[in-house]
Design a protein around this ligand. Structure first.
Ligand code: TMP
Length: 216
């Protein structure tokens, strides 16, 4: 595999999407081949699954079915989009991946992390990100941002503050479990400062890409 797989994680409202766009633009300016994608989604089928997962009408969705739906969208995304892009030498920037399931369905909903890892084994096909950046952000500020966005609040965002707090702590616990795989960045700071730290973390893995291969 020639490309690089960089994932941005964090609670709702932590600024991931803005930061991923800034990172992608910077890398593209350097002439690097970048693919920007997200979970759940990134494929036609994944987007359909996303509609079910985020629709507040589906109050009856049980945690295990929720976990399987996220894993199903991931299986499609990995096979159809991520692996082929990496094989071509692309830098894949992904808004959420497996750790979202571990943080939200695991720490948030209370499903055992080891069970989620088993469910997701066939979904990720053994793919592990080269870098996972966790934007650590205050949950109250995250909710305020979402409430001020003016768009419809989705099924997960409607969860209580305590749920989002468990998710935040879950991310920190995951990072603590295998510190080498993660970079935790304090996102309660101006956008530009957070961006600078993300850029430094990304450069750490991107520099290893051979010039010729990366432009395939
Ligand atoms: P987004 O709004 O950042 O695109 O993410 C959609 C929501 O889905 C967000 O609240 C986090 C949640 N989520 C999970 O609960 N488990 C997962 O595996 C993924 C990828 C997202």
């Amino acid at each position: 595999m020639k490309g690089k797989f960089i994932v941005l994680e964090g609670i709702d409202g932590s600024g991931k999407t803005t930061q991923l766009k800034l990172l992608g633009d910077k890398l593209k300016d350097r002439g690097l081949p970048v693919l920007h994608t997200r979970e759940p989604g990134g494929t036609r089928i994944g987007d359909k699954i996303r509609e079910i997962l985020l629709n507040p009408e589906y109050k009856e969705l049980v945690p295990r079915a929720e976990a399987f739906l996220y894993a199903a969208a991931r299986a499609q995304h990995v096979a159809q989009v991520i692996l082929p892009a990496l094989a071509k030498g692309t830098i894949v920037l992904c808004d959420r991946f497996l750790d979202s399931s571990l943080a939200y369905q695991g720490f948030g909903r209370g499903i055992e992390v080891s069970l989620l890892e088993r469910i997701n084994e066939p979904a990720t096909d053994g793919l592990v990100p080269d870098l996972t950046i966790i934007l650590d952000f205050c949950t109250e500020d995250g909710m305020d941002r979402i409430n001020q966005s003016g768009r419809r609040i989705d099924r997960i965002e409607r969860e209580a503050g305590a749920f989002h707090q468990r998710v935040r702590m879950g991310y920190l616990a995951l990072a603590g479990r295998s510190p080498g795989r993660y970079r935790v960045i304090n996102a309660n700071r101006p956008v530009e400062q957070v961006h600078r730290d993300i850029m430094t973390a990304a450069e750490g893995v991107i520099d290893e890409i051979p010039e010729g291969d990366s432009r395939a």
